[in-house]
Design a binder for this molecule. Structure first.
Ligand SMILES: NC(=O)c1ccc[n+]([C@@H]2O[C@H](COP(=O)([O-])OP(=O)(O)OC[C@H]3O[C@@H](n4cnc5c(N)ncnc54)[C@H](O)[C@@H]3O)[C@@H](O)[C@H]2O)c1
Length: 256
């Protein structure tokens, strides 16, 4: 692929780090004018500077609707159009099972991951271009439960319901909306630097034997937003190295 987003404008939330940063770089490589949006303005500015050209940084708190509206307005004021919104900002928190998820963490996860997705969808829908596309980051934990962080899993399940429910609203504008569902990815959210190498076998249940890379997920977002995926709509696409393709091995009782 080359220059598939030439003349187009792409907005990427959570763009200061991990998957969002990798996507911002890829969309720019394909010719898009990129707006890197994040709560972390310094980080967003660093990514925009890394990309160079017409890339810009925008500060947004996705948990706040007015902030999302201001983000969309800033893109429209600066670029006059919005072709792609990759609504990817997210939060995990320190959780290791139900007992460690208190009410505050639950509220924060729902506010950022679920309400944040709702806010972004609501803010971009009125301005998305005909032929445009929205991609929202859910998770493999949005498809199956995640005992380590039930609130995160609930928030990401909700994202898929939102995406499916908004197909008609976007179709009315000639645009598509899909979700992506990464499994474990090497990003700061997992305490792993984007450039790191995770030892083989560290996630033994993943058939590809490890974490995915932010670049893997960026490629999926890029494809889903591109004309090549022009008939893919309302889907929740896993990208997990095969993690959810089988159930966990169980020890079956020995028969008679
Ligand atoms: N890394 C994984 O294994 C994994 C797996 C499945 C899904 N995801 C999802 O992928 C997305 C990207 O995560 P990542 O792994 O790149 O993590 P990351 O921590 O590297 O990046 C997340 C970004 O979101 C930003 N952010 C957090 N709260 C925000 C808010 N309120 N407003 C605006 N920006 C905010 C952070 O500042 C950060 O730049 C998230 O939605 C995450 O839940 C990640």
């Amino acid at each position: 692929m080359a220059d598939i987003f030439s003349g187009k404008v792409a907005l990427i939330t959570g763009g200061a780090s991990g998957i969002g940063r990798a996507a911002a770089i890829r969309f720019a490589e394909e010719g898009a004018r990129v707006f890197v949006a994040d709560l972390n303005l310094d980080g967003a500015q660093a990514v925009a500077a890394e990309i160079g050209g017409a890339a810009s940084a925008v500060q947004v708190d996705v948990a706040d609707y007015a902030s999302n509206q201001a983000m969309a307005a800033a893109v429209m004021a600066a670029a006059g159009r919005l072709d792609v919104a990759f609504l990817n900002a997210g939060y995990y928190g320190a959780a290791e099972g139900l007992g460690t998820v208190d009410e505050d963490l639950f509220d924060r996860l729902i506010a950022i991951n679920l309400k944040g997705a709702f806010n972004g969808i609501k803010a971009v829908q009125p301005v998305i271009a005909d032929g445009g596309a929205v991609v929202v980051t859910s998770s493999a934990a949005g498809i199956v439960g995640h005992p380590g962080n039930p609130a995160y899993s609930a928030s990401k399940h909700g994202v898929i319901g939102l995406v499916k429910s908004c197909v008609d609203a976007f179709a009315a504008r000639g645009a598509r909306i899909n979700a992506i569902c990464p499994g474990g990815v090497e990003t700061p959210m997992n305490g792993i630097p984007d450039v790191g190498v995770v030892p083989a076998g560290s996630l033994p249940r993943v058939p590809l034997r490890g974490f995915g890379r932010a670049q893997h997920v960026a490629e999926l977002a890029l494809w889903l937003a591109s004309p090549a995926a022009g008939f893919v709509n309302g889907q929740a696409q896993l990208i997990d190295g095969g993690l959810l393709s089988t159930f966990a091995p169980v020890v079956l009782p020995v028969g008679p």
